[in-house]
Design a protein around this ligand. Structure first.
Ligand code: FES
Length: 112
């Protein structure tokens, strides 16, 4: 029985890697989902730009590069950029994260 082809994961372009130095962030929208892409000390991470507590704009909050967290600007929950999980209350549900691919100098996100 022939193997089924593996479906390609859709990729969307974000920006050139050189446009996102350590500590920088960029926001974008894809399919009505707001996403913030962060250079956390050289590690490029992407997370939903929406707090799971009360829809706060995570991408506008303070970034802790050492811990790779964003702090929700509304009520202060800290979100782990690698997992999307909140580390502090009042948020207790995770938000989506997106795999990042660096293709040459272009940052891309896997979305589905
Ligand atoms: S909206 Fe983010 S902690 Fe309340």
């Amino acid at each position: 029985m022939p193997e089924e082809p593996i479906a390609a994961v859709p990729l969307i372009d974000v920006c050139p890697l050189s446009d996102l130095p350590p500590g920088a962030r960029v926001t974008l929208e894809h399919d009505l989902t707001d996403i913030v892409v962060v250079n956390c000390g050289g590690e490029i991470l992407a997370i939903e730009d929406r707090c799971s507590h009360d829809d706060g704009p995570l991408g506008e909050g303070p970034l802790d590069v050492a811990a790779c967290t964003l702090e929700c600007p509304r009520h202060g929950s800290l979100f782990d950029l690698r997992t999307g999980r909140p580390r502090t209350l009042p948020a207790y549900q995770p938000v989506d994260t997106f795999p990042v691919v660096v293709d040459g100098d272009i940052i891309k996100l896997e979305v589905d």
